[in-house]
Design a protein around this ligand. Sequence first.
Ligand code: AQP
Length: 337
Amino acid sequence: MSEQMQTPEKKPIVLSGIQPSGLITIGNYLGAVKNWSEIQEKYNCLFMIANLHATTVRQDPAALRRNTLEGYAMLLACGIDPERSIVFIQSQNPHHAELMWALNCFTQFGELSRMTQFKDKSAKYSDNINAGLFTYPVLMAADILLYQANLVPVGADQNQHVELARDIVKRVNGIMGNVFTEPECLFPKAGAKIMSLNDPTKKMSKSDPNPKGYVAVLDPRDTIIKKFKSAVTDSGSGIYRADDKAGISNLMTIYSAFTGKTDEQIVAEFEGKGYGDFKVAVGEVVADAVAPVQSRFNELMADKAYLEKCYTEGAEKAMRISRRTRDKVYKKMGFTL
Ligand code: AQP
């Protein structure tokens, strides 16, 4: 077990993950990864590349393998420190799938059919509504409960899944005694939900087939500025937040998250200026912010041996913790170990 996990004055445990279903977007960065790197001091953190989750949507195996390694390197490039936090690849720890089986038997069909992400994804991938898409939240509950996580830093879109994990905890603890800790969401202060640039009513997603909808952290500077210039906005004018200005409101959220400026400061800064000026300013701020992440990412990808050492050690540390929960649950269920 890591030094941190053994400390007597126990810090709350944090678990979160990101799917290697594409290249990390500024939505993932602002809604998740940037926040993860900032909370490492305060909590005992575990961060994983959720490659099991990614396969609920059909993946090309070679692309999945590449995205897994790049996603892992990206976590480190964004400031997650493998010495301070446990950073691992989900498929390298079999306890996730093993606990999931047990939790499947404590989760109701009706609960899973109410999950918004299942409804959205089964509409989007109507030719492949597989059981994994349906039981995805049970795997997510296993991810969290294996480590007895107190807090789960996620974007607002994942709230419903954490709520389900809490319901599962209450149910299982009611039957087996205090087996699991009840987790809570930890939402980022800003950037909880970044919307698509070509449809600001939809969440920005890394697997969006239209690359104009998202900005990847690895996009070159020119591409980033070009994508912001072509961001969909209404036909009005004036830089301020309003219900009928979803595009501008989204750009304000992004600008504010990268600069720390408040809405009032942004309104004052762009008073009398047009949408075009604002879009370029947002693009430049984003390109400046991701440039150092891109350099660090390139350095890490040039040192595959270091990455392998980090993720191998990460999986070993993760398993040392998760084995206790898996064994406890399996024994209580009457499984022969
Ligand atoms: N647009 C977003 N705004 C804020 N936060 C976001 N997150 C994702 N999109 C946004 C947060 O990123 C973390 C990792 O997400 P994930 O990879 O597990 O899955 P996701 O939420 O389904 O992300 P994507 O980019 O939309 O992936 P695909 O395209 O594969 O479905 C989560 O904490 C999430 O809240």
